[in-house]
Design a protein around this ligand. Sequence first.
Ligand SMILES: [Mg+2]
Length: 372
Amino acid sequence: MPDLVERMEVLRIDSEIAMRRAHGSGAIARRVGRVILRLLTADGIEGLGEAAPWAPFGNTADTTAAAIDGPLRAVVEGADATRIAALVEAMDHALIGHPEAKAAVEMALWDIAGKRLGVPVHALLGGAVRETIPLSFSIADPDFAADLDRARAMAGQGIGIFKVKTGFLTHADDLDRLSALRETCPAADIRADYNQGLAPEEALRLCRDLDPLGLGFIEQPVRRGQERVLALIAAALDTPVMADESVYSAREMLDCAQAGWADCVSIKLMKAGGILRAREADAVATAAGIPTYGGTLWEGGIALAAAAHLIAASPNIRLGCEFYMPRYVLARDVTAEPFPYEGGAVRVPDGPGLGVTLDEETLRADLVAARG
Ligand SMILES: [Mg+2]
């Protein structure tokens, strides 16, 4: 039975973050711009979506809100919300790029589909292969002593994975930070993420120094476009190398697999353009024997619920997730319920649809502009 999208509300919000952050691609502002989306169908079902762009990955909250309000609104308004795959095709045909905007629309359609049937989204994706997803926290505070205290406390809460953001200080600083964290959390799986921060001519030499540290992986040492160097590093090191900025789509995953760019890949709804496109990318990775990881940009509880449903039903996305924003970085989120954590892991939501409701008061307080 068709159910037409009658209304689309595009809510551009700005949320305060509760700690300082820095990455290989630069320091982070104290507020993060996001887009919250509400779709309402003729049957009275409301679907929620969220986009959390980050300029180093291609878009801002303003460009994303404009993409949803313009070309994607033209595709979705009046369309049958139950035809998710057809709408994903239509969005790609109507607009090149803008995966964050498409992901927000698509997750709202999944939310509607689950609510209609009274089942969680992961049940529509094949059912859960896992109920919890190991959580990784990213060490990115320019005040490293504060991060060490944080890591110690988090390890006490059961968090067993830490990803150190490297490449924004000196190489010696990075080695010191990784060693100090190893001493503070001896049992942890420690990983490093350069966010494209190394120069291609010295990246291999510098990454070699990390090889004896026994890290879980080294993520994206060089820039997108420098995959020749990424492949050299992956071939030379014992430590697995993860591609993030280099691989958005299934096609890029295919290039990664064929040319040996990396040993593992970070999957993000905001890069792939939604759950179906992320699954296509992960299917290529599965076929190539490339394990994948649940990465993020600046998503809060709505988009992370969608990503948790995807990972719950995707055996190959097995390197954990970094879905810590709602609990540890956002001063407050726009969801009514706290994001579900349990003993160092994310618990996959089990309510109908995405299993998330809006906190209208916070939404109003963080609102910058509303359209529709
Ligand atoms: Mg990354």
